[in-house]
Ligand binder design. Structure first.
Ligand code: FAS
Ligand code: PHB
Length: 388
C-alpha cells in the first residue's frame, strides 16, 4: 500500500487526524492493534473543552454531540468546609461539553466509514521503519506481513504504543511524575448525583461525581496504587463514595449495579520531542496527564489540530513551517495542561506522605478558590481549555 500519512493507533487522536486529513484530500491509512469493538468498549474521558467541540464541527462529526451532549457552565468543589461552585460562563464566557470519549470515537468511526477512509483493525506488530529517511510501516495480519509506504507517520498509539519507542533515546527528553494512588471508576445506569460535576477533597481521599447523560453516571474514588477492581463490591464502592461526597448529595443519590469498573493509574508524563524525522507523535503517545483536570482527550485533540494544519500546509502549499514548528507549538500547550492537571491533582487528593503543613496548604488553595474571583477565573480558563 502507498499513502500520504500512515497513522498508528485508531483511538480519538488517530481517527480525528485521519478525518481532518481526508477532508483536506490527504490520504491516510490507520493501523489499529485492537478490534473496533474493543476500542469502543473502553470507558475513558467525559468532558470536552470548547476547542474540541469546535474541532468536531470542523471534522463534520458534531451532529450527535449537539443532540446528546450536555453543555456544562460550571462545576462544584467539595471540601470539609463545604461545597462551592466555579462558574465557567461568568468567569470566562466559555463552557465545556459533557459527551463521553466513547461517543466521540463512535462518531469518528462512523464518519470514517462514510468517507471510505482506510482503518485496519487487529493490525499486529505494527512497526515504523526508516523514520528519518523514506518512511514505511509494516504490520502482521492474517498470517501475512504487510507494508505501507508513506510520506509521514503519525504515532497516535497511546502511552504503551510503539511509536515513541522508535525515537532514539538520545533524541528525546522525558519528564514523569507517578502519583501514589489511582482512580477506581464505576459506570452505572443511574441518574447523576448532581446537575454538574462535583470534585471532592475528603480526608478519606478524592472523589468525583460525573455523568454521561441523565441516565448514565460516572463516579471515581481515589484508591491506593496497588488496589484492584475485584477488591471492591458495588456496595463497598457506593458506601465509600457516599462518605466522600457532601451529605445532602450522598443521601439523595441513586445507586445501582456497576456496568463498568476499572482502576486508572495516575501519572504526568511528557516526551519533550513530538517529532523525529518523518514521525510525529500526537496524544497519549507523547504525554499523559492525571484525569483530574479532564485534559487527556482534549490535549490529544489540540495536538491533532496543530499536526493536521502542518500536514495540510505541506501538501497544499509546500509550506513546512507547521511541521517544523509542530513539536514546540504542541508542547507549549501540553505543558500548560500538564501544570493544570498536576495542580488540580495536588489540591484534591490525599497524598500518603503529606504532613500537616501540606494539608494546610491544600486547604488554603481551596479557600483561595472559594473566596477569590481571580483564582476561580484562572481555574475556569484552564478547565474550559486554553486557546489553541
Ligand atoms: P488512546 O490510548 O485512546 O488510543 C491509542 C490507540 O492506539 C488505542 O486504540 C490502542 O489500541 C492503539 N495502539 C496501541 N499500541 C498500538 C500498536 N503498537 N499498534 C497499533 N495500535 C496500537 N482523559 C480524560 O480527559 N478524562 C478521563 O477520565 C480519562 N480517563 C482515562 C482512563 C484510562 C484507563 C486511560 C488509559 C486514559 C484516560 N484518559 C482520560 C485519557 C484518555 O482519554 C486519553 O487522553 C485519550 O484516550 C488519548 O487518546 P489517544 O492519544 O488517541 O490514545
Ligand atoms: C469523566 O466523566 O469520566 C471525567 C470527568 C472529569 C474528569 C475526569 C473524568 O476530570
Amino acid at each position: 500500500m502507498r499513502t500520504n500519512v500512515a497513522i498508528i493507533g485508531g483511538g480519538p487522536a488517530g481517527l480525528m487526524l485521519s478525518q481532518l486529513l481526508n477532508r483536506a484530500g490527504i490520504s491516510t491509512v490507520v493501523l489499529e492493534r485492537r478490534s473496533r469493538d474493543y476500542v469502543l468498549s473502553r470507558i475513558r474521558a467525559g468532558v470536552l473543552e470548547h476547542g474540541t467541540v469546535e474541532m468536531m464541527h470542523r471534522a463534520g462529526i458534531a451532529d450527535r454531540m449537539q443532540r446528546e451532549g450536555h453543555p456544562h457552565e460550571g462545576c462544584f468543589l467539595s471540601t470539609e468546609a463545604g461545597m462551592f461552585r466555579v462558574d465557567f460562563e461568568a468567569q470566562c464566557g466559555q463552557s465545556v461539553m459533557v459527551y463521553g470519549q466513547t461517543e466521540v470515537t463512535q462518531d469518528l468511526y462512523a464518519a470514517q466509514d462514510q468517507i471510505g477512509a482506510t482503518v485496519i483493525h487487529e493490525a499486529e506488530d505494527v512497526m515504523p521503519h526508516d523514520i528519518d529517511g523514506t518512511p514505511f510501516v509494516t504490520y502482521e495480519k492474517n498470517g501475512h506481513t504487510h507494508r505501507v509506504d508513506c510520506d509521514f507517520i503519525a504515532g497516535c498509539d497511546g502511552f504503551h504504543g510503539v511509536s515513541r519507542k522508535t525515537i532514539p533515546a538520545e533524541k528525546k527528553r522525558e519528564f514523569e511524575r507517578v502519583y501514589p494512588f489511582g482512580w477506581l471508576g464505576v459506570l452505572s445506569r443511574t441518574a447523576p448525583a448532581a446537575p454538574e460535576l462535583i470534585y471532592a477533597n475528603h480526608p478519606r481521599g478524592f472523589a468525583l461525581a460525573s455523568m454521561r447523560n441523565d441516565h448514565l453516571s460516572r463516579y471515581y474514588i481515589q484508591v491506593p496504587s496497588d488496589d484492584r477492581p475485584e477488591n471492591w463490591s458495588d456496595d463497598a464502592f457506593w458506601a465509600e463514595l457516599k462518605r466522600r461526597l457532601p451529605e445532602d448529595v450522598a443521601d439523595s443519590m441513586e445507586t445501582g449495579p456497576s456496568i463498568e469498573k476499572s482502576i486508572a493509574p495516575l501519572r504526568s508524563y511528557v516526551c519533550a520531542t513530538m517529532r523525529f524525522g518523518k514521525l510525529f507523535l500526537a496524544g497519549d503517545a507523547a504525554h499523559i496527564v492525571p484525569p483530574t483536570g479532564a485534559k487527556g482527550l482534549n490535549l490529544a485533540m489540540s495536538d491533532v489540530h496543530y499536526l493536521s494544519e502542518g500536514l495540510i500546509g505541506h501538501y497544499e502549499r509546500k509550506d513546512d513551517s507547521g511541521l517544523d514548528g509542530y513539536s514546540d507549538r504542541a508542547l507549549t500547550r501540553v505543558w500548560r495542561a500538564i501544570r493544570f492537571s498536576w495542580w488540580m491533582t495536588s489540591i484534591l487528593h490525599r497524598f500518603p506522605e503529606q504532613d500537616d503543613f501540606d494539608q494546610r496548604m491544600q486547604e488554603m488553595e481551596l479557600e483561595n478558590l472559594r473566596d477569590l474571583d481571580a483564582a476561580r477565573q484562572a481555574m475556569a480558563l484552564n478547565y474550559v481549555g486554553l486557546p489553541f
